[in-house]
Design a protein around this ligand. Structure first.
Ligand code: ZN
Length: 184
C-alpha cells in the first residue's frame, strides 16, 4: 500500500499558539477535506502522525488527546474525507522515546499495521522534524507553508534535507502527489 503521512497541527488544522488543548479550538483548514478526499480516491492510505508532547509535559490528559483525535477524524469523515489511522507520540522530548518525530516509531507502526511501502509514500508537514523524518523513512516530503511552514522554510535553508516540494497548503500538496504518481 502507498500512504500519505500527514502531520496534524499546522497541516490539517490550525495551530494554536502553544498546544491544542481544547476540543472547542479544533479548526480544520478548508483545504483539508478535499485534499484527503483526493488522496482517498487515488488509493492512498492517509495516516496522521503527530508529536503531542503536551501530554508528557502534563498539559493534557492522554484521554483528552484521544478525544481531540477522534473529533478530527469524525469531522473529516462527515465531509467524506477518510483518515485511516492516527498515531501520536505523547512523550516529553527528554524521554528519549522511539516515536517522537524525527524518529520513526510511528511510521514503523503504520508500516506493520497497514502494510505500507515507504518508498511509494509521502510525508506532508509544516515542521523540520516532518521533513527529516520523511527523508529518513525514504518517503517523498512536502513542506506546507501553513502553520509553522514559513519559519521552517527559512530554517531548512542550510539543511541537507530539502523537501521534494513546497506547497501553499495541504490541497496544493495533494495535487502535487497525484501528479507525481500519474507521471510514474
Ligand atoms: Zn514518543
Amino acid at each position: 500500500m502507498k500512504a500519505v503521512f500527514l502531520d496534524r497541527d499546522g497541516t490539517i488544522n490550525h495551530e494554536e499558539s502553544n498546544y491544542l488543548l481544547d476540543l472547542k479550538k479544533l479548526k480544520i483548514f478548508d483545504e483539508s477535506f478535499e485534499a484527503i478526499q483526493l488522496l482517498n480516491q487515488h488509493g492512498f492510505k492517509t495516516i496522521v502522525v503527530t508529536n503531542q508532547s503536551c501530554v508528557g509535559r502534563g498539559l493534557l490528559e492522554e484521554r483528552d488527546l484521544q478525544k481531540i483525535n477522534s473529533a478530527l477524524k469524525k469531522k473529516l469523515a462527515e465531509r467524506k474525507a477518510r483518515v485511516d489511522s492516527i498515531y501520536y507520540c505523547p512523550h516529553h522530548p527528554n524521554d528519549q522515546c522511539v516515536c517522537r518525530k524525527p524518529k520513526l516509531g510511528m511510521f514503523e507502526q503504520a508500516v506493520k499495521e497497514h502494510k505500507i511501502s515507504l518508498k511509494k509514500s509521502f510525508v506532508i508537514g509544516d515542521r523540520e522534524f516532518d521533513i527529516h523524518a520523511g527523508k529518513a523513512a525514504g518517503c517523498k516530503t512536502i513542506l506546507v507553508l501553513t502553520g509553522a511552514g514559513q519559519q521552517t522554510l527559512g530554517s531548512l535553508k542550510h539543511s541537507p534535507d530539502q523537501p521534494d516540494f513546497v506547497a501553499s497548503h495541504i490541497l496544493d500538496a495533494a495535487h502535487w502527489i497525484i501528479r507525481q504518481t500519474a507521471s510514474q
